[in-house]
Design a binder for this molecule. Structure first.
Ligand code: PLP
Length: 365
């Protein structure tokens, strides 16, 4: 007789003990919502990006395995490192995954300040690592630098810094990152700096530290400003020897060809200029406009260096989702309790959102 094997005997304990990361991603499109919930670019990518993707599709080579050509050269040039110091990945998510898998195993400790992007913790949990989570703190949700430094002990294999942090928007000064990297290297630990929101705060980048620190891994995403989260495109930048190790973990064809074509569109200065134009509208028009509105109307927001705000306004999510006229999706957060995260978009998006906020205030204050 066939033995019935319990799934709890089959799967590794860390997997059994964790829950999937379920994002509220379904049924967002097709209802004319203004989407301010996933920190996406609120307008389509530049036409040249679409043209590069179409060119690939029209070549009629879907039946062939990927051939990346000069993808590494193009993205390395965009990031400002050498072609051998970068590896393209299936979104920022896979970048996080391969670095975590390379460095942390069952029983090791990973430091991940909280609250932060869920996939950072998810990757560490899959490995069975213990997670130490100093908290962003104070009325501005500041980065817990002193605690991170104190927590770097011999059992630590990876320190994760999200800069600027999602969902708080907190910037981490480069001087602090440098000190963390130096302390981490004393205990043979790596440091993963998640720069998914890099374009919104380019001055914070740790890329220029790569030359001097062999335990630094910087990850990026092409979801937020190039605007192709649907295709999944990201990268890890690190010293050449580290990239050689990461190549053993990422599959040789993991990155799909439409994603590769979209990334390669970064060879065009026009595409880079378009990213800058979008980011400037978000950070120099929409952000100050909204912060002014929040201040005048007593809506508590946390200072943000990224293309979104965290607000203490728990009732806003339901109101915006259900209201008459233009409905808007934002992201409710359980940590910190009673907060919502609202993506910043174009001036036009912001005007619509402010109109909705006025209705909310009339109804609630
Ligand atoms: C901080 C952070 N890191 C990484 C990612 C993942 O990026 P991608 O969508 O390219 O996988 C996100 C996406 O929201 C993020 O917010």
């Amino acid at each position: 007789m066939q033995k019935i094997l319990s799934h709890s005997k089959l799967f590794r304990k860390p997997i059994l003990n964790m829950r999937p990361y379920v994002a509220p991603i379904e049924r967002r499109t097709g209802r004319d919502y203004l989407l301010l919930d996933f920190n996406e670019r609120t307008i389509p990518p530049h036409p040249l990006v679409l043209e590069e993707i179409s060119k690939y599709i029209n070549k009629g080579n879907l039946q062939l395995y990927p051939e990346y050509g000069d993808l590494n050269e193009v993205i390395a040039d965009y990031v400002g490192v050498g072609p051998q110091e970068v590896i393209p990945t299936v979104g920022g998510d896979q970048a996080i995954d391969i670095v975590t898998r390379a460095l942390a195993k069952d029983g090791d400790t990973v430091i991940i300040p909280r609250p932060t992007f869920a996939m950072l913790e998810q990757a560490a949990r899959i490995q069975g690592a213990s997670i130490v989570s100093p908290r962003y703190r104070g009325s501005n949700l500041e980065f817990p630098f002193d605690e991170v430094m104190q927590d770097i002990k011999p059992e630590v294999k990876l320190v994760v810094i999200c800069n600027p942090n999602n969902p708080t928007g907190t910037p981490v000064p480069k001087e602090q990152i440098k000190l963390i990297i130096e302390r981490a290297s004393e205990v043979n630990s790596g440091v993963l700096v998640d720069e998914a929101y890099h374009e919104f705060a380019p001055e914070l980048t740790a890329i220029d530290l790569l030359a001097n620190y062999s335990n630094l891994f910087v990850i990026r995403s092409f979801a937020k400003t190039l605007g192709v989260p649907s295709l999944r495109a990201g990268l890890v930048a690190s010293q050449k020897q580290n990239i050689e190790e990461l190549k053993k973990i990422r599959g040789p064809y993991d990155v799909n060809m439409p994603a590769s074509a979209a990334m390669k569109a970064l060879r065009h200065q026009t595409v880079r200029d378009d990213i800058k134009k979008y980011v400037d509208e978000v950070m120099k028009v929409s952000k100050p406009m909204l912060e002014d509105f929040y201040r005048k109307n007593g809506i508590k927001f946390f200072p943000s260096s990224a293309g979104f705000h965290l607000l203490e306004e728990p009732g806003l999510y339901d109101f915006l989702r259900q209201k008459e006229g233009q409905r808007i999706l934002i992201r409710p957060r359980s940590d910190p309790p009673g907060t919502v995260r609202v993506s910043l978009g174009t001036r036009e998006d912001t005007e619509k959102y402010i109109e909705a906020l006025q209705e909310y205030l009339q109804a609630n204050k």
